[in-house]
Design a protein around this ligand. Structure first.
Ligand SMILES: Cc1cc2nc3c(=O)[nH]c(=O)nc-3n(C[C@H](O)[C@H](O)[C@H](O)COP(=O)(O)OP(=O)(O)OC[C@H]3O[C@@H](n4cnc5c(N)ncnc54)[C@H](O)[C@@H]3O)c2cc1C
Ligand code: SF4
Length: 601
């Protein structure tokens, strides 16, 4: 690493006319398959059903986003923020806005809303979960017996489409990587583990070469290191779902509609089909008139909160008989964050504008995450003690609140000097000159919580909230924060914990709040409806029985029945590919995985 490649970016395709979605006037009354949501689960289902020759309709609540349209400033970011709080209708924003935050007493969830789901704003990491996670009997036996195929064929299908790769050696070495390596050396020493066992590059869904057409026909320039992955990639380098599975689905005939919310699902037994009740949003406003389309197969891919929300709404209106486990087994994936503030290493904590980054790849902080300190196997400590730390970069759209919270709220109140008495004058000087903020590392962590949260329906507004009292008191969060504190000491910085967990906000609220970007569960898998909401194939159980609703599936993060302890998208995608393989077998469909029909860009 280190050979600085700082040429200005020359290949910049225009995506202005790139439309995957169709006007709602084109929607038909019935399809072979209706898919709800366009995250990993929904997009995989759309591609595979279309490749099986079925007529497919995909409905997505959010807008269609193209590279070039994403917010890069604080004001533009604020305009794309929707906040829903337990008990309120909409605190702020429209239900189609990109950054979708759900605030509950103990848990704050951030997810993406748009065509491509949370892939639009995620940090691209494609890591496998610890093999011990799949040994847990919470997973149905049929899935545990099928791990070779899940980790083989199904995983390969995901990698073929998403193309994760490590940050390449011909790109400039990033300041955050140097800092992270220092932290890794210190933690390896404390844990008595070899450095190369815990310090690794993360495979990321990012394109580092100019491609006139990628494997599905879409032009993609190389990454320019702007660091705005979690605000949306304006270059087109990020392998979001609208760059692969979704155009693949469209090329094979799928109809895609955006700014449409599915409310409930009901069964028409006489016609042996499902009725999907949806409502369009016009310019962000909810149009209350609901419409119905039908299909014999419906696949929910609305994510842990979205799919659970649809089923809870359907159950509360007596439209569907569902397991009493619906809403249970919610997990925060043990997510947390901590900051090494005012370190002695110059860092680049936030993204820069695409315009600036295009001039020189050496200027930007680099992709959202590039490295992991992997402490999942801590000398035979159980999986509940495991965690990972990653080198996060905050997008430019969030720079102002990030700086304000760290510099003005948390640094004076919650920061712990990890090297007291050392370099005090230099620390003060950095504080005065503003370098304290630029010398800050953001450490993102995932661990294992109890998976005992409950997604509940707010009957008033039909939206869900998370009921997970005391989740933040879990030992896993203490373990992670001790780790981040040690990492900070190696950088001679001030440790600032997650403001909601142990900072000013936590003190004001008297709660150790948890922030998650990896919500999982709500429609967890089980052997029968006594134990789960869906079968190992993602098919929805009838009440608490082992019977399943014919043709009704959930295939997203909602069916993951426990914490994964690592970034979950690869596991969600592998499980969705498996569900699609089994669905096709059951219905006698043939998914043409080798068709090389490409999107006509
Ligand atoms: C900032 C951030 C960084 C992240 N970084 C990573 C990372 O590096 N690696 C990783 O593995 N994971 C990461 N994640 C998490 C990852 O992106 C999610 O776990 C994953 O996208 C979940 O996939 P899904 O299929 O369950 O649903 P989602 O991706 O959440 O998609 C669900 C979609 O369904 C739509 N929808 C919901 N309800 C309805 C409805 N009623 N009608 C119509 N549409 C509906 C939503 O608008 C949304 O677009 C990150 C998340 C965030 C927020
Ligand atoms: S660093 Fe910038 S160009 Fe690279 S993938 Fe992330 S947002 Fe896109």
């Amino acid at each position: 690493m280190g050979q600085s490649s700082s040429k200005p970016q020359s290949f910049q395709p225009s995506y202005k006319n790139y439309h995957l979605s169709s006007p709602l006037t084109d929607i038909q009354l019935s399809y072979d398959v209706i898919i709800v949501g366009s995250g990993y689960g929904g997009s995989i289902a759309a591609s595979r059903c279309a490749r099986a020759g079925k007529s497919v309709c995909l409905l997505e609540r959010g807008k269609e986003w193209r590279p070039g349209d994403f917010p890069e400033t604080g004001l533009a970011g604020l305009k794309e923020l929707q906040l829903t709080q337990h008990g309120e209708k909409y605190m702020q924003g429209n239900p189609t806005d990109l950054f979708d935050v759900t605030i509950s007493p103990d848990v704050l969830v951030l997810k993406g809303c748009g065509l491509g789901g949370t892939s639009l704003i995620n940090a691209n990491v494609a890591l496998d979960c610890d093999p011990r996670i799949f040994k847990d009997k919470v997973w149905p036996k049929a899935l545990r017996d099928d791990l070779d195929t899940l980790n083989g064929v199904d995983r390969e299908l995901v990698l073929d489409m998403m193309k994760p790769t490590e940050y390449p050696s011909h790109y400039p070495e990033l300041p955050k990587q140097k800092a992270f390596k220092t932290a890794a050396i210190h933690l390896a020493d404390i844990e008595d583990l070899p450095l190369d066992k815990i310090y690794k590059s993360t495979p990321i869904y990012v394109n580092f070469e100019d491609r006139q057409k990628n494997h599905v026909g879409i032009p993609q320039p190389a990454c320019n290191n702007c660091g705005n992955c979690c605000g949306g990639c304006n270059t087109g380098a990020k392998n979001t779902l609208n760059m692969n599975y979704l155009p693949d689905a469209k090329a094979h005939g799928a109809h895609i509609f955006t700014e449409v919310e599915v409310r409930v699902i009901s069964r028409d037994d006489e016609r042996a089909e499902w009725r999907v009740h949806y409502a369009p949003y016009v310019n962000g406003d909810f149009n209350a008139t609901q419409r119905v389309i039908t299909a014999p197969v419906v696949i929910l891919g609305g994510g842990a909160l979205g799919s659970t929300n649809i089923l809870l709404n359907s159950k509360s209106r007596d439209m569907l008989e569902l397991s009493s486990r619906l809403g249970q087994s919610f997990t925060t994936n043990g997510d947390t964050v901590g900051f090494s503030y005012n370190t002695k290493m110059p860092l680049k904590p936030v993204g820069i504008s695409t315009k600036e980054a295009r001039k020189d790849k050496g200027k930007g902080p680099g992709p959202g995450i590039t490295k992991v300190i992997d402490l999942r196997d801590r000398n035979n400590k159980g999986v509940e003690h495991s965690y990972v730390l990653e080198d996060g970069t905050v997008p430019s759209a969030a720079e102002l609140p990030y700086k304000f919270i760290l510099k003005w709220l948390e640094a004076p109140h919650s920061a712990v000097d990890t090297t007291p008495g050392e370099d005090d004058w230099r620390e003060l000087a950095r504080h005065i000159t503003g370098k304290a903020f630029t010398n800050t590392a953001c450490m993102l962590a995932m661990s294992v919580d109890t998976s005992e949260g409950v997604v509940r329906l707010d009957e008033e507004n039909g939206r869900v909230w998370i009921d997970y009292p005391g989740v933040g008191d879990g030992e896993n969060f203490n373990t992670v924060h001790e780790g981040i504190k040690e990492a900070t000491a190696s950088l001679h910085g001030h440790y600032i914990p997650n403001p909601l967990w142990a900072g000013l906000f936590a003190k004001l609220r008297h709660t150790k709040g948890v922030t998650t970007v990896h919500p999982l569960g709500g429609c967890g898998m089980g052997e029968t409806g006594e134990e789960g909401v869906v079968s190992h194939e993602g098919q929805v159980f009838v009440g608490n029985t082992s019977d399943v609703h014919p043709g009704l599936y959930v295939m997203d993060g909602a069916i993951i029945p426990r914490s994964l302890g690592v970034n979950p998208s690869l596991t969600i995608a592998m499980v969705a590919e498996r569900c699609m393989r089994l669905l096709a077998d059951k219905h006698g469909w043939n998914i043409d995985y080798v068709s090389d029909k490409k999107y006509n860009f």
